[in-house]
Ligand binder design. Structure first.
Ligand SMILES: NC(=O)C1=CN([C@@H]2O[C@H](COP(=O)(O)OP(=O)(O)OC[C@H]3O[C@@H](n4cnc5c(N)ncnc54)[C@H](OP(=O)(O)O)[C@@H]3O)[C@@H](O)[C@H]2O)C=CC1
Ligand SMILES: O=C(O)[C@@H]1CCC=N1
Length: 265
């Protein structure tokens, strides 16, 4: 499980969700210190408002990627040859992290998503210098948060980031759009929101339980010549859902590349 000492430097929205997931999974967090300048309480871990003395076994970093150049110089001396650096920063490549933390025992990139707080997340993992023992430890700790997916290279890591890391936001837009359409047709916002969310959650649970593919699920809902089919024709049009999602992922990759270039400077 987690090593005897770990730090989470920048434990906000995403870091806090990981801590919540570990708490829910019953993982011992007694050796974890979150470094949070506001001193905001984070349930289950001790909080420091500045970087403590010493060198932890593992050091997670979870501040905004744009802060790497400001924070790394003060943190690097605490990331020694016995410290594994685990970064959840979007865009900051392993090579940039290695330059910022030259003495780190190993560099591990993680791209989690918010449902890790419920043990239902997806986390992409990449490292070019983790040995087998470390890989197994990371697997165990990140696997406690949901699906843990090791990536062969940073390009695959980016793709998983695009669909999983950001995915909850994209799905939220879809569910919201479904609700808005229902409201346009006369349902109250409260009822439309509840129904749209239940449809998303229920369909996902059902497909996971049965192993049914998405095309098979859609086919099972849509009676030939019926109402669903009429709606699907709109989604399946040339300018429908698939090309839209391709544009979304392309935009993600472009921004990720821009952020990677900025982190290299
Ligand atoms: N949000 C998401 O769904 C995902 C985010 N990520 C990545 O996670 C990272 C954080 O994103 P998110 O959690 O949304 O952002 P937040 O703003 O919620 O969290 C950032 C945290 O950084 C802390 N911080 C600010 N300045 C410092 C400093 N000088 N030293 C240490 N900590 C500092 C803040 O602490 P305080 O609260 O005390 O001010 C804050 O809690 C980003 O790099 C992002 O790419 C990755 C995957 C998904
Ligand atoms: O929006 C971002 O940059 C981060 C990375 C994935 C989700 N949130």
């Amino acid at each position: 499980m987690l090593p005897p000492t770990s730090w989470f430097v920048g434990c906000g929205n995403m870091g806090g969700a990981m801590v919540a997931g570990w708490r829910k999974a019953g993982i011992d967090l007694s050796g974890m210190t979150a470094v949070s300048p506001s001193g905001r309480e984070i349930e289950g871990v001790s909080v420091a408002t500045a970087i403590p003395d010493g060198q932890p076994d593992w050091c997670f970093i979870g501040f905004k990627p744009q802060m790497l150049a400001d924070i790394a110089p003060g943190l690097a001396s605490h990331v020694g040859p016995g410290t594994v650096l685990l970064s959840i920063l979007a865009g900051a490549e392993a090579q940039s992290l290695r330059s910022a933390f030259p003495d780190a025992k190993a560099i591990v990139r993680l791209m989690p998503n918010l449902p890790v707080s419920e043990g239902e997340g997806v986390t992409a993992i990449y490292s070019d210098d983790a040995d087998e023992t470390l890989r197994a430890q990371v697997d165990e700790v990140i696997g406690a948060l949901g699906l843990a997916a090791w990536c062969p290279d940073e390009s695959a890591f980016d793709v998983i980031g695009a669909i999983a890391g950001s995915g909850p936001a994209y799905l939220a837009r879809f569910v919201d759009a479904l609700s808005s359409a229902a409201q346009d047709e006369g349902l109250s916002a409260e009822l439309a929101d509840a129904i749209a969310l239940q449809v998303a959650g229920g369909s996902a649970l059902m497909a996971r339980a049965t192993g049914e593919t998405m095309p098979a699920l859609a086919k099972r809902v849509a009676s030939p010549g019926g109402t669903t089919e009429a709606g699907l024709k709109v989604l399946d049009a040339e300018d429908g859902m698939e090309p839209l999602m391709r544009r979304v992922v392309k935009a993600w990759r472009k921004r990720s590349e821009e952020m990677a270039a900025a982190a290299r400077d």
